[in-house]
Write a protein that binds this ligand. Structure first.
Ligand SMILES: NC(=O)c1ccc[n+]([C@@H]2O[C@H](COP(=O)([O-])OP(=O)(O)OC[C@H]3O[C@@H](n4cnc5c(N)ncnc54)[C@H](O)[C@@H]3O)[C@@H](O)[C@H]2O)c1
Ligand SMILES: [Zn+2]
Ligand SMILES: [Zn+2]
Length: 368
């Protein structure tokens, strides 16, 4: 079938919205009609060309929400008409990692996905017979996409897909960092660095876990107000003195849990140092620039602080994205404030401009 999609033709250039061909789903694959798709930093990061593993041409997009239109042979967990959220982090439920409760990083299709192919090593996307590679296994800046069954979470039909799609990446990453990676205990003191989609999700996650003090740190007063609405009990202007301030306010110990959601290595250091001696856990969700390293004095660790990295918030996508969306439907998570702009697919480059201007939390593409 012929579909409209936003193609990254050349790094550093605007995406080109035009016609591409999409082949039918093969065995274990599903055809999804996109209804909504958030625009995330990783899309911009790849489009800019600074990601060393990037490739062109490709159809970007990974925060998709849509409806199953057709299923390939052997697909049993999904049916036509189901509402789904796309998962750049799949869950096969069979590999060594999926069977372990200790990680959400599935091993099933990693290699081919990273190269831009579906699990059988080919693409369903093409133009004039030339293959176009898939991005993050999702390629959701498109009217339709074909994805592996194991990379789709079936979610409640009661959830508007423009809200559900945010659970495909940033929001689940933040919520999950607090709920699954850190497993914040009730009554804790938490510090969240960064109040973008990920940091605000982490604030909400700390609240859901019953944290007593939730301090959010950011440069933007506007974003700090949003953090307050998500459950931050204190909001602090970012600066070089944050570690001393956390210590001063915790009898010199530091916070039980800290979260880094800025992508800056200097802030990651602050997050490590602001964690409590004895048992403080620093969860790093931000993605640092190419070649950057984290410079931590070992003494901080000897004193009992720990550092955990978190990919997609430790969320096992097919099992736990539906649970998070049920909590949203139950009124526990307020998603509406995160949707700052709604655009059409043809305006996708506008979403990148808004992101660069830090205008709003998420721009969502609404497919007609
Ligand atoms: N681990 C994952 O699976 C995963 C998934 C999605 C995004 N990410 C990463 O998470 C990070 C955050 O994503 P986002 O969408 O929320 O980004 P964002 O740019 O919207 O938010 C970052 C926030 O950090 C704030 N900030 C900048 N300097 C600061 C400082 N010195 N102290 C405190 N705050 C500061 C900014 O004002 C901004 O509000 C990015 O690095 C992104 O790539 C990771
Ligand atoms: Zn993302
Ligand atoms: Zn797996």
């Amino acid at each position: 079938m012929q579909i409209k999609a936003a193609v990254l033709e050349e790094f550093g250039q605007p995406l080109v919205v035009g016609d591409v061909d999409l082949a039918e789903p093969r065995s274990g694959e599903v055809l999804v009609r996109l209804v909504a798709c958030g625009v995330c930093h990783t899309d911009l990061y790849t489009a800019s060309g600074v990601d060393p593993s990037g490739y062109v041409p490709t159809v970007l997009g990974h925060e998709g929400g849509g409806v199953v239109e057709a299923i390939g042979r052997g697909v049993e967990s999904l049916a036509v008409g189901d509402h789904v959220v796309t998962l750049f982090s799949p869950q096969c439920r069979e590999c060594e990692h999926c069977r372990s409760g200790r990680t959400n990083i599935c091993l099933a299709i990693r290699e081919q996905q990273n190269k831009g192919y579906l699990p059988d090593g080919t693409t369903r996307l093409s133009r004039d017979g030339e293959p176009i590679r898939h991005f993050m296994g999702t390629s959701t800046f498109a009217e339709y996409t074909v994805m592996p069954e194991i990379a789709l979470a079936r979610v409640s039909q009661a959830a508007p897909l423009e809200a559900a799609c945010l659970f495909a990446c940033g929001l689940s990453t933040g919520l999950g960092a607090a709920i699954y990676t850190a497993g914040v205990r009730a009554g804790s003191t938490c510090v969240v660095f960064g109040a973008g989609m990920v940091g605000l999700g982490a604030v909400a996650g700390c609240r859901l876990q019953g944290a007593e003090r939730i301090i959010c740190v950011d440069l933007s007063a506007e974003r700090l107000e949003m953090a307050r609405a998500q459950g931050a009990t204190e909001v602090w202007q970012a600066g070089p003195d944050i570690v001393e301030r956390v210590q001063a306010e915790t009898r010199g110990f530091g916070a039980d849990y800290t979260f880094e959601a800025t992508g800056r290595v200097d802030v990651m250091c602050q997050a490590v140092e602001a964690a409590r001696m004895g048992w403080g856990l620093c969860t790093v969700a931000g993605v640092a620039g190419k070649g950057e390293t984290l410079d931590v004095i070992p003494r901080w660790l000897i004193q009992g602080r720990r550092i955990a990295g978190s990919s997609f918030g430790g969320v096992k996508g097919r099992d736990q994205v539906p649970e998070l969306i049920d909590r949203y439907l139950g009124g526990e998570i307020d998603v509406e404030p995160f949707i700052s702009h709604r655009i059409s697919l043809s305006q996708v480059n506008r979403a990148f401009e808004l992101m660069e201007a830090q205008d709003g939390i998420r721009t969502v593409i609404a497919f007609s």
